[in-house]
Design a protein around this ligand. Structure first.
Ligand SMILES: Cc1ncc(COP(=O)(O)O)c(C=O)c1O
Length: 342
């Protein structure tokens, strides 16, 4: 039985067209800045996000952590939403690699208000960490793929600027925010100093993220990337996957959102599932189990039935749609889930 893998949008395999583009890529040594395909990808993503420059990196984690390192010094503090990836799922890297503590603020479904950010900026006493950075996440993974309202981003950007704080976006799934709202990536990116976008989530490449910002910041990013061991050589083969995904896969992300909406309605019909399908804005669904069973027990039973999901808390399960899941897979997943959830 082929299992239907809904654990993450990172599980996608490169499409045929993507593999062909990868094998045809012109390459060079990127540490010398001489890989023409990497340079093309960097220019294209910088243009898309309306910034001067970009750096191709192996992962979203490295991209975010390079940004944290650029904007801060040891002993300083970054303000971020409590459930964000930078704080929870990057192995403590902000503390380990940059000596930075995170002031975590509870958002509403992952979304912070400008007043909340303003009220958490410390006043500058010598015994306090110095505030230096504000990080947002759009879409917000742990909150269930929620989209930041543009106006809220702009208001938080204003607070950051007024207080001389740098402003970074973890835009691992910024493409999904654009697909959901029609607001361009450029408009979303405008208030930020740096933005990290991932190519290996819904866009379906095997690897790769891009950090964008000013030329000065990207010069620093290249140095920090090398320090972290992320200087790569003939990686035009991977950049070609990214270029292909931007051209051919980006426009299809809305289909993942439609599949998530159908799946959410089906899941919400099970009485042991607590989920409002109207809360599902993009390709991620978070739901709770309310019949006393643990999320881990449920996902193990679902896995035996041929549907893979992932636990995100004692009672919380995440489901993610992606380009390797068809509409028929969604119907089949609901059929299989019936045996466990009904
Ligand atoms: C919101 C968000 N940011 C960053 C990352 C990190 O990406 P990577 O797995 O490429 O390190 C992820 C990964 O799932 C993510 O969901």
């Amino acid at each position: 039985m082929k299992s239907i893998d809904l654990r993450s949008d990172t599980v996608t395999k490169p499409s045929k067209g993507m593999l062909a583009a990868m094998s045809a890529a012109e390459v060079g040594d990127d540490v010398f800045g001489e890989d023409p395909t990497v340079n093309r990808l960097q220019n294209e993503v910088a243009d898309l996000l309306g910034k001067e420059s970009a750096v191709f990196v192996p992962s979203g984690t490295m991209s975010n952590q390079i940004a944290v390192r650029i904007h801060t010094s040891p002993g300083e503090e970054a303000i971020a939403e409590s459930g964000c990836h930078i704080r929870n799922y990057e192995s403590g890297a902000a503390a380990a690699l940059s000596g930075v503590s995170i002031c975590s603020v509870d958002g509403k479904r992952g979304i912070l208000a400008a007043e909340q950010v303003a009220s958490h900026i410390r006043k500058g006493y010598e015994w306090e960490p110095r505030p230096r950075l504000v990080c947002l996440e759009n879409t917000h993974n742990k909150a269930g793929g929620t989209v930041y309202p543009l106006e809220t981003i702009q208001e938080i950007g204003h607070v950051a600027r007024e207080n001389h704080l740098a402003f970074h976006l973890d835009g691992a799934r910024l493409w999904n925010a654009t697909a959901a709202t029609g607001i361009s990536e450029k408009d979303y990116a405008a208030p930020f100093d740096t933005i990290s976008v991932c190519l290996s989530k819904g866009l379906g490449t095997p690897i790769g993220s891009v950090l964008v910002g000013s030329s000065d910041h990207m010069l620093q990013a290249r140095r920090i990337r090398k320090m972290l061991g992320g200087g790569m050589r003939q990686v035009g083969i991977l950049a070609a996957a990214g270029l292909y995904a931007l051209e051919h896969h980006r426009g299809e992300l809305a289909q993942d959102h439609e599949k998530a909406s159908v799946l959410a309605s089906g899941l919400a019909a099970f009485s042991c599932v607590t989920l409002d399908p109207d809360d599902v804005e993009t390709n991620i669904i978070m739901f709770d189990i309310n019949d006393g069973r643990d999320a881990l027990t449920i996902i193990s039973e679902l896995s035996n039935a041929g549907v893979r999901m992932v636990a995100f808390g004692p009672k919380t399960i995440r489901v993610t749609t992606h380009r390797d899941i068809s509409s028929e897979d969604i119907d089949l997943a609901l059929e299989r889930a019936f045996t466990v959830l009904n």
